[in-house]
Design a protein around this ligand. Structure first.
Ligand code: ADP
Length: 636
């Protein structure tokens, strides 16, 4: 199986545990929107109630005015209000029908607006909460590449819920009102014939119950395949450069084709069933209509058929036919509601699943505020393993006094970046502690910790926006002079001025319109503006030309001058002057000391130095053999 085809993730695991997602979301989010919900429900009842007026008034009018089979009487209207002459009765009926139509239209409008305020208000809150929740999740969650999945939750799943809260809620009320209203009116008009018409209701309910049971798993599957597709597409887009340079377009197309095919199959399996349901419902209601027509028709011509007794007037027959028809439409629409419901339930599960993923890294309730940071940093006997268990750091001790520069060197995969991530508390140690100013980083406020550390990483991310926006990112109140001063300190001012619109030049998605060295200098300017007490540099000078490297190095030296600095470097020449150099190998500190001390010790550092300075040809064979055996780097 190709890598990335497995989507069994933490999110899946939590989603499976969710019970009654819609009820849970409804309970959590309706408070605050109850007024709109109430207005929506009341106007729905009234609006759909007006739909019953026309058939009843028409039936009564036929009997009283045209066939004169009974007296003119309207339900809920006192007889004293009714006119007595036939012409007046005719016009009165027309006015009532017209009034009901007009009133119905106004009520429909109010209903639509109110229900939508409710539905969209709830969805707004859910979407914002889901996004905030996503921001709080720790890196382990994102390491498992769940971005596509999360995007599909924030986009598609919230829209599904919106449709449900908007359409399904309104339509359920409509069906409820119509079914209750029609049932009452039919029973009131002629209870015997009403039993024939209403015989369809239990059949409809039974059929719907069966349908819901069989379609639910198909819906869940459909939602899953859409999440998979999003993940696949997101992956393909973010890796587009790799895809092109390795000519793997066909391979990627094929992977997308396969997940798209799954979406297609899952979708068809839902649709085949839902298209079976709709006509089924219509058939049942249609049969009831036909039976009512035949029995009612016979009754009107030639007296009560079969075991029926009593009289059925033409007007009553018309009321029956019109009302039964009113029943057919909404009943068949039960299918859409069930569709929406099932779809929303699957989406609700995914939203609740996201809400339930535990936030492993967050402030303790009594977290300490870090006000005046001196900049003492210590990794105290730290042992750490990523999610999948293998020990990456084993008893690592690295200390830096305020203002000192400590370099961490060692072969790829030794665990250098991991030390940096633990200091930033992107992950929590498995054992031991990382301390800043003597406080365990787990005890201090995360925001304070992270704002006291300036992190310049291997890959510099820029947001789409202007150069100035990117420098200001995190210190949004900085004015133009501060930004320019920071850029000058980062040796970036000159190149920025050369850009078409200077500081207002847009950098493109992820900063693609700038070179690696330019991006790095913008990141350094951002750090200058941040003015942190502790500086964390992760291979900041890799992949640039010598001149740029010199500029970058000069700005970094300036930045590091009066701060505690932890540098992770491959190029040993840049850290020769560090106060302490810690050599990491396979997650352990194997040597420690100043450059001169380490050279004198003639160990791993002296070997690495020798190779880089061109003094020796190669590393010892046993070292190379160990390097080759090391598990592949995760992020390369
Ligand atoms: P270095 O910076 O010295 O090259 P790292 O700290 O990046 O090394 O990696 C140390 C080890 O941890 C490597 O074996 C790497 O594969 C593993 N690793 C790094 N990041 C992750 C991650 N997010 N999840 C799991 N393993 C990781």
């Amino acid at each position: 199986m190709a890598p990335g085809d497995e989507f069994e993730t933490e999110l899946d695991a939590y989603r499976e545990e969710v019970a009654h997602p819609l009820w849970r979301l409804f309970r959590a989010y309706t408070p605050g929107h109850t007024a709109w919900l109430a207005i929506g429900l009341v106007t729905s009842i009234l609006a759909y109630g007006t739909l019953l007026v026309t058939p009843i008034v028409l039936g009564t009018t036929i009997d009283a005015v045209f066939t004169q089979e009974s007296a003119y009487a309207l339900p809920l209207v006192p007889d004293a209000w009714l006119p007595s002459g036939q012409v007046a009765q005719f016009w009165f009926s027309a006015a009532v029908v017209g009034g009901a139509l007009l009133g119905g239209a106004v009520l429909q409008w109010v209903r639509g607006v109110a229900i939508n305020y409710f539905a969209h208000g709830v969805m707004y809150a859910i979407r914002v909460d889901a996004y905030e929740k996503m921001q709080r999740l720790d890196m382990t969650f994102f390491d498992n590449k769940e971005t596509g999945e999360v995007m599909s939750i924030l986009n598609n799943d919230t829209s599904n819920l919106e449709t449900f809260f908007d359409n399904a809620l309104g339509d359920s009320v409509r069906i409820g009102v119509i079914v209750v209203g029609v049932t009452t009116a039919l029973l009131y008009t002629n209870w015997q014939l009403a039993l024939v018409t209403l015989g369809a209701v239990p059949l409809l309910v039974g059929f719907t119950w069966w349908f819901m049971r069989v379609i639910e798993p198909r819906y869940t599957r459909h939602r899953e395949t859409i999440g998979d597709l999003n993940t696949r597409i997101e992956n393909g887009l973010s890796g587009i450069e790799l895809v092109k340079t390795t000519s793997t377009e066909e391979y990627e197309n094929d992977r997308v084709r396969r997940v798209s095919r799954d979406v297609f199959d899952a979708n068809m399996s839902v649709l085949k069933l839902s298209y079976f349901y709709r006509p089924g419902m219509e058939l049942i209601t249609g049969a009831a209509l036909l039976a009512t027509f035949i029995l009612g028709g016979l009754w009107v011509f030639s007296g009560p058929p079969l075991f029926f007794s009593g009289e059925l007037t033409t007007g009553e027959f018309v009321v029956f036919m019109l009302l039964t028809q009113r029943l057919t439409g909404p009943m068949a629409q039960l299918s859409s509601i069930v569709d929406w419901y099932e779809n929303a339930k699957a989406s609700g599960k995914r939203i609740c699943g996201l809400m339930d993923v535990p936030v492993r890294i967050e402030d303790r309730p009594d977290a300490i505020a870090l006000d005046d940071v001196d900049g003492r940093v210590a990794s105290d006997d730290v042992t750490f393993a990523y999610d999948d268990g293998e020990t990456v750091l084993d008893g690592v001790d690295i200390d830096a006094e305020p203002g000192e520069t400590v370099a961490i060197v060692g072969p790829t995969g030794a665990g250098k970046s991991t030390v940096a991530k633990l200091l930033l508390r992107l992950y929590d140690v498995s054992d031991g502690a990382v301390r800043v100013d003597g406080h365990d980083v787990r005890d201090v406020r995360l925001a304070d910790l992270r704002s006291s550390i300036g992190y310049v990483s291997q890959d510099t991310f820029l947001f789409d926006g202007t150069v100035a926006d990117n420098i200001r990112y995190g210190r949004f109140d900085a004015d133009r002079e501060d930004v320019v001063a920071a850029a000058e300190a980062a040796e970036a001012h000159n190149f920025i001025q050369g850009l078409s619109e200077g500081y207002d030049t847009r950098v493109g998605e992820r900063g693609v319109k700038l070179s690696g060295g330019q991006r790095q200098r913008i990141a350094i300017a951002r750090t200058v503006l941040q003015d942190p007490e502790i500086l964390l540099l992760d291979e900041a000078t890799s992949a640039v030309d010598t001149e740029t490297e010199y500029l970058i190095q000069r700005s970094l030296d300036r930045l590091a001058a009066d701060r505690t600095t932890l540098v992770i470097a491959h190029r040993l020449s840049t850290i020769k002057d560090a106060d302490t150099i810690a050599v990491l190998d396979e997650g352990e500190v194997v040597e420690r000391g100043s450059h001169d001390e380490l050279l004198a010790a003639d160990g791993l550092y002296a070997n690495l130095w020798g190779v880089q300075a061109g003094e020796i040809e190669s590393l010892p064979e046993d070292f190379l053999a160990r390097a080759a055996e090391r598990p592949a780097d995760r992020h390369t």
